[in-house]
Design a protein around this ligand. Structure first.
Ligand code: ZN
Ligand code: ZN
Length: 140
């Protein structure tokens, strides 16, 4: 696993107004199935890569980013582009980590997911969904 990136990689939101570059090393990569991550993403799980806060350089659109810290949670936050709603990287509430939504990256980060966390909380449709038939585009 290539955790030591020798180059910078780019990321952006869906509308393209928020853009950034990242450098490694990336420390971990978790797929989180907890109910908060399912709600926050609207999907089966959140795919988060962790690195140090100083490893990001914002290129544009930083003023469009909105932050939501879930009041009843100790750790859960999400940051998103206020124009298109895409999740974007953010610094953890402890200030210790930068969390990068892996789907926001425009290039291969090198690192691969190491585990599924909060596995017991996964969506009841997840197992069947991951085993179902695959198409490269819309099915005919
Ligand atoms: Zn956007
Ligand atoms: Zn989670």
């Amino acid at each position: 696993m290539d955790k030591q990136l020798s180059r910078e990689i780019k990321g952006s939101c869906l509308c393209g107004q928020v853009r950034w570059t990242l450098k490694g090393p990336f420390e971990s990569f978790h797929l989180c199935h907890c109910s908060r991550c399912r709600k926050g993403t609207g999907s089966a799980y959140a795919a988060n890569i962790f690195t140090r806060p100083e490893n990001i350089t914002w290129l544009s659109g930083e003023e469009l980013i909105k932050r939501f810290d879930l009041p009843q949670a100790k750790r859960f936050s999400k940051c998103f582009c206020s124009h298109c709603g895409s999740t974007v990287p953010y610094v953890s509430r402890t200030g210790q980590y930068l969390l990068i939504p892996a789907g926001s990256l425009d290039e291969d980060p090198g690192i691969r997911p190491q585990d599924h966390i909060f596995w017991a909380d996964r969506a009841c449709w997840y197992d069947q969904g991951s085993e179902s038939e695959k198409f490269d585009a819309y099915p005919k």
